[in-house]
Design a protein around this ligand. Structure first.
Ligand code: ADP
Ligand code: ZN
Length: 621
């Protein structure tokens, strides 16, 4: 048989599984091609954003090829949920990791050896033991899927030494196809993955990293907690979301603040007891509408599809980090918000952290470049998405779904103000051993005769009182942007400001300084629904009132069922599926089966319950 005659058969088998098991109509983006490649026995390296649909890329080949697909994943805490979700679809799945007792393990091993597993999830450290290797020898492995493949990258945050061993799979089982998957967007990490996993001959599939349903918004922060509360109350009442903070202390403080204001919020950071941490994570995954306040220790592989917002109260250290963290919103393709509040103190703090960090000059320089790119994203007057995708090497057009597209940012000529501020820095620098931060310099420009100023005789400086055309807040915005543009630097432990190489051309008047006008507080972007592809389908349109009510009833039904089975709600049905049911009100099992996300197993199990629920709530009865 030639490859040509094989192709249509494998393709139609894959499509049949997609429809029957998962209840979806068609493949998304490069899914079809990837699946075809792996079904045919080829290796693949898959780079797809979070929410892009990576799981199907190995789950379907595992169902089409004879034998068991072995999935290597570092996310032990999530394996149970992943397996539950597959079983709910009627897929025979199991896992082996350190959370099981020997009895449970033996049962899974026996299923595997008897050929009764379609998918087997393994923690990477299992593969260090010869007994696991022998187990795999004795069974029939259809493919190896290496999930979160960026864990092999030694410079990354998520590096797992065990991942380095995974290239050995290829030597021991040369005939078994391997598919490595990651949502990491940078070219450097991609190359490192291919080299370390010996996937040079694999076909690389790179999807667009755009997440059109996420609305990006970046605002200067004045009162971060208040701004957060306004966002949650005004635009995301009752929604599940993640709030990222830089420090453990601010995680605790923010969670408490939200709690006092009637929002159920749980803390998550590395300083918490491991049991508390995993209990909080489990609640976040299982219950509807919880807010997780966390450091960036939280999130890798959180595959909760209905996270409606990700809010950053502190500036992320890189665009890559920002992209990954915000990417946890809106996996289900429905509208979601990414909100970031940042201010002058963030910039100062991060610059200081970099200066004080261990590691060689090259390392510090790299961190510094990452921060600069992040600041450029914050201060841009162009489309946020264009800038962010550009950072990952993708070109795109203005998106219509970010704050600068929705409310175009205005610029103003801040050359004179920059000169005033920089000359104040210069004058103070001449006073040896004096350390003055941004606040003090702003006070000088505003002509405040406070104790510190009088004590240092700063009312005598020629720059004293020459800046009263701006408010204190506006001056802070100027300083922040001067730092972002590297026209000003932070030195030492006290946050002393200093001139840079580029300051001179501003002072001499040869360089113009364009600044972003701070948005007036009232003119915040409204929570209009995005008008872009991927989010315009029926699933995301605003539901009419009676359908919205029905949707809530379906959600309540789902919560009860999920609780009975102690699985996360999304394992029963995703929001997107319930919304479509509410909008279309299918009258028969046949109609219900036609809705995206309702496969064979779920139709058999829940179909009648849903039809009954719809009949009871029928307004025409
Ligand atoms: P990733 O692992 O890339 O973050 P997932 O595999 O979790 O993404 O998929 C994200 C969401 O998209 C899931 O809810 C999944 O069920 C859904 N999905 C994936 N592929 C399709 C498809 N072809 N049609 C409809 N929904 C899909
Ligand atoms: Zn835009």
């Amino acid at each position: 048989m030639t490859v040509e005659t094989l192709r249509p058969a494998s393709q139609s088998a894959a499509l049949e599984v997609l429809r029957r098991v998962f209840g979806y109509d068609s493949f998304r983006g490069p899914q079809a091609e990837i699946i075809e490649r792996v079904v045919a026995g080829g290796d693949a390296l898959v780079l797809m954003p979070t929410g892009g649909g990576k799981s199907l890329c190995y789950q379907i080949p595992a169902l089409v090829r004879p034998g068991t697909g072995v999935v290597i994943s570092p996310l032990i805490a999530l394996m149970q949920d992943q397996v539950d979700a597959l079983r709910a679809l009627g897929v025979r799945a199991g896992f082996l990791n350190s959370t099981q007792d020997p009895f449970q393990r033996r049962e899974v091993e026996a299923d595997f050896l008897a050929g009764e597993l379609d998918l087997l999830y393994l923690a990477p450290e299992r593969l260090r033991s010869e007994s696991t290797m022998r187990l795999l020898d004795r069974g029939n492995v259809s493919l190896f899927a290496i999930d979160e493949a960026h864990c092999v990258a030694q410079w990354g945050h998520d590096f797992r030494p065990d991942y380095l061993e995974l290239s050995a799979l290829h030597e021991r089982w040369p005939g078994v196809p391997r598919i490595a998957l990651t949502a990491t967007a940078t070219q450097a990490t991609r190359t490192e993955i291919a080299t370390r996993l010996k996937l040079e001959d694999a076909r690389h599939f790179v999807a667009s990293f755009d997440r059109p349903n996420i609305r990006y918004r970046i605002e200067p922060k004045s009162e971060p907690s208040r701004q957060l509360l306004t966002l949650l109350r005004g635009e995301h009442p009752g929604d599940a979301g993640i709030v990222y903070c830089l420090s453990r202390a601010s995680v605790e403080k923010t969670a408490e603040f939200l709690g006092r204001n009637g929002i159920t919020a749980l803390p998550y950071h590395a300083g918490l007891d491991a049991r508390v941490r995993s209990a909080n994570q489990a609640r976040f995954l299982r219950e509807d509408g919880l807010v997780m306040v966390a450091t960036i220790a939280f999130g890798m592989g959180i595959d909760k599809p209905d996270v409606r917002f990700v809010a950053h109260l502190d500036l992320p250290k890189s665009v890559e980090g920002y992209y990954q963290e915000t990417g946890r919103a809106g996996r289900d393709g429905l509208p979601a918000t990414a909100w970031l509040g940042y201010g002058l103190s963030d910039v100062m703090q991060l610059r200081k952290l970099i200066d004080a960090s261990e590691g060689d000059l090259a390392h510090r320089r790299r961190q510094s470049m990452h921060l600069d790119a992040m600041l450029a994203l914050c201060e841009t007057v162009e489309c946020r998405r264009v800038q962010m995708l550009g950072y990952f090497g993708e070109t795109s057009a203005a998106c219509g779904n970010c704050d600068t597209c929705l409310t175009p940012a205005q610029t103003w000529d801040g050359t004179v103000q920059a000169q005033k501020f920089l000359s104040a820095v210069y004058r103070l620098k001449r006073e040896r051993d004096q350390r003055f931060g941004a606040g003090h310099i702003i006070d000088i420009l505003l002509g405040k005769e406070n104790a510190k100023i009088l004590q240092n005789k700063h009312q005598k400086l020629t720059v004293f009182g020459i800046g009263d055309e701006l408010s204190e807040g506006e001056w802070r915005g100027v300083v922040r942007q001067l730092l972002a543009q590297r026209l000003l630097a932070v030195e030492g432990d006290y946050g002393t400001l200093a001139l840079t190489e580029d300051s001179g051309v501003v002072l001499s008047g040869t360089r113009q300084v364009l600044l972003r006008r701070e948005p007036p507080k009232a003119a915040r972007a409204k929570s209009a629904r995005p008008a872009k592809s991927g989010a315009t389908d029926q699933a995301s349109a605003e539901l009419p009132a009676d359908a919205a009510e029905l949707f809530e009833q379906l959600r309540a039904w789902r919560a009860t069922v999920a609780k009975e089975q102690s699985v996360p709600a999304y394992v029963i049905f995703h929001d997107a599926t319930l919304r479509q049911i509410a909008a279309r009100r299918p009258g028969t099992l046949g109609d219900l089966g036609g809705i995206s996300g309702v496969g064979e197993a779920k139709l058999a199990r829940y179909g009648q319950q849903i039809i009954d629920l719809l009949a009871e709530s029928d307004p025409s009865r």
